[in-house]
Design a binder for this molecule. Structure first.
Ligand SMILES: [Mg+2]
Length: 441
């Protein structure tokens, strides 16, 4: 056993993406970024983040380039038929699904029903045949299809989701069966996450996740009838019906269940220091915090007196220079100042401010620059001194606009020193640009 399944995790979150982790109605993804902040500060990297989606890997990557998704530890695609760990398919799972599966025969049965229309080519996978079914009486078509598949002797699992998506899978496959397989692997290796497993979903193909024994469940407020009906009939005290849509509901469920010890308590203040710093930078970029010298100086107290900031271009700035740049008299606040800063030494915030200004330039387009941290790791250097590494991503979000092309990212490292009051002080920070193709989950 290798990769993420060999690691002992304290907590495991398994979430559907569309309309669960991703609220397509929230154009700047405020709730998703709030989830990201909580996950990075209180869960990662001691927990497992699993995305379980109906999307194929190509459509997952399309979504991950557009919205601020964290990089998952494990990715389950195509309604549980593909398990990817570190981007590689799990061969044991593939072999398990092959038994009793006859793709051509299953497709021939479906071809007899004119109500079913094939979905796009990228969604047709080795262990999944996907159709659109938009009729008033889907149950009649589902019954006819199941009968025809049974007559042909093909062992399948037919899943109808969101009132229009129909998938034919091997009988051994579903989101729930993929999760059971992962849990079995953990049982045979490092053990199950001691703080628990929580699944999150909104539609029919998520039902089987909720049915996995022992898991907690979060049904988001915008859930479809298929999941609502199942939860109403099978509900128990481990299923939480959120009052908020999508990622807001997931945040609510994490608070509701208050899982014990998802991270060692001494690690949380370090990550909180980084997350708070990034959140302030986001507010600064969006012009929502005062830029008076005294207030900026106060914020700078999180940095040690001898703090050094090394930008992506290699230019070194002291704490005083950085503070001066960030105030209302500094270069960072004027268009000319941002331009010259970009030409000379571009701190991440300058580039982000420029992109935000650009995205908001069109009349009527409300836009907001969003930032988030991902892939956090750390190492203790000596007593009280830590080296932290993470990726910082920035993207302007505007209603009705695809802004993936404006995303930029940096690898950052910082040295943090433990303070007497339990907080952490930044001694040093270094950023280096990340090529665009790597700037996504
Ligand atoms: Mg969904």
């Amino acid at each position: 056993m290798t990769g993420e399944l060999a690691r002992r995790a304290r907590f495991m979150l398994v979430s559907d993406l569309d309309w669960t982790m991703v609220d397509h109605g929230d154009f700047n993804h405020a709730a998703l970024r709030a989830f990201n902040r909580l996950w990075v500060s209180a869960y990662a990297p001691d927990s497992l983040l699993v995305f379980s989606t109906g999307r194929s890997p190509p459509l997952f990557h399309e979504l991950a380039a557009e919205v601020p998704l964290l990089a998952p530890d494990i990715l389950v695609c195509s309604v549980g038929t593909e398990i990817l760990i570190n981007g590689l398919p799990d061969e044991e799972w593939e072999a398990h699904l092959n038994e009793g599966w006859d793709r051509a025969r299953a497709a021939a049965c479906a071809a007899e029903l004119p109500e079913l229309t094939l979905q796009q080519e990228s969604e047709q996978r080795p262990h999944k045949i996907s159709y659109k079914l938009r009729v008033n009486d889907p149950d009649r078509v589902l019954a006819a299809l199941r009968a025809s598949l049974a007559d042909a002797g093909v062992q399948t699992n037919v899943i109808y989701s969101g009132g229009e998506d129909l998938d034919i899978l091997p009988s051994r496959a579903s989101k729930g069966k993929a999760l059971s397989f992962l849990l079995k692997q953990l049982d045979a290796g490092p053990g199950r996450p001691e703080a628990g497993v929580m699944v999150c979903g909104d539609s029919g193909n998520d039902v089987e996740l909720f049915a996995v024994p022992g898991v907690h469940g979060c049904m988001v407020a915008n859930a479809h009838a298929e999941l609502r009906q199942w939860c109403a009939a099978n509900g128990h005290d481990k299923i939480f019906a959120a009052t908020r849509d999508g990622p807001g509901g997931i945040l609510e469920a994490l608070t509701n269940f208050s899982f014990l010890n998802p991270s060692p308590p001494d690690t949380v203040p370090r990550r909180q220091a980084l997350v708070a710093q990034q959140e302030w930078a986001e507010e600064w970029v969006n012009g929502s915090v005062p830029r008076g010298a005294a207030l900026v100086e106060k914020r700078m107290q999180a940095f040690a007196e001898k703090f050094e900031y090394v930008g992506a271009s290699g230019t070194v700035q002291s704490r005083a220079q950085l503070a001066e740049w960030l105030t209302d008299k500094g270069h960072g606040c004027t268009a000319a100042g941002v331009a010259s800063a970009l030409a000379a030494a571009p701190p991440a915030v300058a580039e982000a401010a420029k992109a935000a200004a650009k995205a908001g330039a069109e009349p009527g387009a409300h836009s907001r620059m969003g930032g988030w941290l991902d892939r956090y790791s750390e190492r203790q250097l000596t007593h009280g001194l830590w080296l932290a590494r993470w990726m910082e991503l920035w993207q302007p979000f505007a209603a009705g606009k695809a802004t993936a092309g404006a995303r930029n990212a940096r690898w950052c490292s910082a040295v943090l020193r433990h303070q007497q009051d339990g907080s952490y002080n930044f001694e040093y920070m270094h950023e280096s640009s990340v090529p665009r193709e790597l700037a996504r989950a």
